[in-house]
Design a protein around this ligand. Structure first.
Ligand code: S3P
Length: 170
């Protein structure tokens, strides 16, 4: 595969699960940007948000994307990574941007028992998820090279769709 597979999308659309699956199937490296950040900062995402706010986290995210920009493989981004133009520019230089989508209800079911996401803390409900998603929807679509819906699909189906797309387009 010539280009990196860059997975983007709202929290809970399955980026981490799908990237692990793709990594196994294609035998290529997977880089989870959030995990990279946690390792780099030696702090949880929650603690980074608490201590440095969302902007502080976004600065670390941009610096991290810049550090990994020459890596080859599957890049799994945090849900807000493509909000900054600079980040999209970095990701587009050697990758195809694959957007994973899901309905707010599906997302809620997937993330409701996980308290590792500061933007959902104290607001773990479908309405809040929908509100955040509505704010980002257009941006996600605008930067994506391809959109893959994940509702009612298992990880194998999703991975197969992505591999097929990359086979035809990379
Ligand atoms: C965020 C998504 C999270 C993480 C951070 C902010 C966002 O990643 O980067 O909590 O702004 O949507 P996941 O999409 O992997 O949950």
């Amino acid at each position: 595969m010539e280009k990196n597979i860059v997975l983007i999308g709202f929290m809970g659309t399955g980026k981490t699960t799908v990237s692990k699956k793709l990594s196994e199937m294609l035998d290529i490296k997977e880089i989870d940007v959030d995990a990279y950040i946690v390792e780099r900062e030696q702090k949880s995402i929650n603690d980074i948000f608490k201590e440095q706010g969302e902007e502080g986290f976004r600065d670390i995210e941009t610096a991290s994307l810049d550090e990994i920009k020459n890596e080859k493989g599957i890049i799994s981004c945090g849900g807000g990574a493509v909000l900054r133009d600079k980040n999209v520019e970095i990701l587009k230089t050697n990758g195809k941007i694959v957007l994973l989508t899901a309905t707010p209800q599906t997302i809620y079911e997937r993330v409701k028992d996980d308290d590792s996401r500061p933007l959902l803390k104290g607001n773990m409900n479908v309405d809040h998820i929908k509100m955040l998603m509505d704010r980002r929807k257009d941006r996600y679509i605008e930067v994506a090279d391809v959109v893959i819906e994940t509702d009612n699909k298992d990880v194998d189906e999703i991975a197969a769709e992505i591999i097929e797309y990359m086979g035809n387009n990379s």
